[in-house]
Design a protein around this ligand. Structure first.
Ligand code: HEM
Length: 500
């Protein structure tokens, strides 16, 4: 009797789930995608897969199904878009302005900082924080970029031509930069080997693993998993580091107040504080008619620390690799850097000199095309929308494949060849479709740190290249890639550096 009741209950549940999933799938019938199983959809295809495997699966799915496809993750359908027309719609349409559910996995770490927040909170914070990236402010940061990249270049040379795993070293450098600029706090991560970057590395991997693993999607199951302990430890390390930075800056500002403004941070003739840090805005400005709470400050600091160091580290790492792989490009970058900045690395760099490095601009663009630091971004529809001939219901998760689009031969002929000249104005590759090349995203939710990143990358590369000649560890070495939230070299990118 009990067996019959249990069997009937399971059967009813199965029919219910099956019907519910049929309704869920109905709007997307015209969109192609890999065949799935009746109740779990494509979930089983992601279980046990590493971030490298998942990245390759997404590339393969695009090859099989084209630039629009779906993946059935049992609790919903994920739509993937990889053509410029659709991406223009998604990046500029207010109905796509909301971040998708998978960003929820970041909530405990980043809170609702600028990257994840939506609606009024996002709008007011974005407006208040935009001045922290004003041209005049960036001008003050160039000196920090310069000092920190000199330390990095000297570290590379200290390996005397032996193999160096550059990604961890570059991350420490970009961490120093973001802490000393945006947070206005002295940082020596390159000499003190901060545990922060390792914690970010581990937590990013865990968060990505959860995004594609439906079993551990729920809090309850995640807490039972073997990764939960590491996750909590990482959070603790990150939190401790962030709070110490906020505390240090608060004390500096208190001293500044007591000295009635007589400090290194005095106003200059433009009326902007000479070293007004993003953190100062967070600590001193009223948003929505009130100061930010400690938790709101912490969320933004965590957000900017992460978004501002891991992305630029990825960009610089792949650029150094590209120059090692293409010695003729490296030579041209070197010659331009010496002709504009001189060969003495002690001469301070200026923003206007960086603007004159035109060939380096092309090389950076090409590297961000081939290796976009943010390979995928996700949104959720806030109302029913038409996209690519399909009516998409409210609350559907949509992923934009920046990496895939940047490698599409239709928009970038010979996409696997490194050709900086394709970005020359006369060739007009960017004009062909303005949304075919979007390493910093576009529209209202584009990267607030784009200019900051571009100057930091330019400053770092022009410094390293004037001090070092870069070589691959062996001819034709190709780094295996992994894509979590950030595109990374799976093996930490080994390269060799020799003095000029
Ligand atoms: C090469 C370096 C960088 C790249 C390729 C990059 C790329 C991007 C992309 C694609 C987005 C959109 C993300 C999404 O929609 O989910 C974004 C957003 C963002 N980026 Fe960057 N980023 C870089 C550097 C930086 C830096 C240096 C900072 C801070 C100093 C920064 C801060 C942010 C923030 C706060 C957002 C969220 C903006 C918003 O939603 O209003 N990024 N970035």
């Amino acid at each position: 009797m009990i067996a019959i009741i249990a069997f009937t209950a399971i059967f009813v549940l199965f029919v219910y789930v099956w019907q519910w999933r049929r309704r869920l799938n109905r709007p997307f019938l015209s969109i192609p995608g890999p065949p799935g199983l009746p109740v779990i959809g494509n979930c089983h295809q992601f279980i046990g897969k590493s971030s490298t495997n998942i990245f390759h699966m997404l590339i393969e799915l695009e090859r099989l199904y084209g630039s629009v496809f779906k993946v059935d993750v049992a609790t919903g359908i994920w739509l993937f878009y990889m053509s410029p027309g659709d991406i223009e719609r998604i990046m500029t349409g207010p109905e796509f302005d909301c971040k998708s559910d998978d960003y929820d996995m970041l909530l405990e770490w980043l809170g609702t900082g600028l990257l994840i927040s939506n609606g009024n909170k996002w709008f007011t914070h974005r407006k208040a924080l935009t001045p922290a990236f004003h041209f005049k402010i960036l001008d003050n940061f160039v000196q920090v970029f310069d000092v920190k990249s000199t330390i990095l270049a000297r570290k590379f040379l200290s390996y005397s031509g032996k193999e160096v795993w550059i990604f961890p070293l570059v991350k420490l450098c970009t961490l120093d930069v973001i802490v000393e600029t945006a947070m206005g706090t002295e940082s020596n991560a390159q000499s003190d080997e901060s545990g922060y970057t390792m914690a970010v590395e581990d937590i990013s991997e865990i968060v990505f693993w959860r995004m594609f693993n439906n079993v551990y999607n729920t809090e309850f199951m995640f807490k039972l998993s073997s990764k939960y302990g590491t996750y909590k430890k990482c959070l603790e390390t990150i939190r401790e580091f962030t709070l110490s930075i906020i505390e240090k800056r608060r004390s500096t500002l208190n001293v500044f107040d007591k000295n009635e403004g007589k400090s290194e941070d005095c106003n200059d003739s433009t009326g902007l504080k000479k070293k007004m840090a993003l953190l100062d805005i967070l600590l001193q400005t009223e948003i929505d008619g009130r100061p930010l709470t400690n938790e709101e400050v912490r969320e933004e600091v965590d957000t900017f620390m992460f978004a501002g160091h891991d992305t630029t580290a990825s960009a610089i790492t792949f650029l150094l690799y590209a120059m090692a792989k293409y010695p003729d490009v490296q030579q041209k970058v070197y010659e331009e850097a010496v002709s504009i900045l001189g060969d003495s690395i002690d001469t301070p760099i200026t923003l206007s000199a960086l603007n004159d490095l035109k060939y380096l601009d092309l090389v950076i663009k090409e590297s961000l095309r081939m290796f976009p630091p943010v390979p995928y971004i996700s949104r959720s529809t806030i109302k029913e929308v038409e996209l690519s001939g399909c009516t998409i219901p409210t609350g559907t998760n949509i992923t934009v494949g920046i990496f895939n689009m940047h490698h599409n031969p239709k928009y970038f002929p010979d996409p696997e060849e490194f050709i900086p000249e394709r970005f020359e104005v006369e060739r007009g590759v960017e004009k062909q479709h303005p949304y075919a090349y979007v390493p910093f995203s576009a529209g209202g939710r584009n990267c607030i740190g784009q200019k900051f990143a571009q100057y930091e990358i330019k400053s770092t590369i022009s410094k390293v290249i004037r001090l070092c000649r870069i070589e691959l560890i062996r001819p034709n070495y190709e780094p295996p890639l992994k894509a979590e939230m950030i595109l990374k070299p799976q093996d930490e990118m080994p390269l060799r550096f020799f003095p000029r």
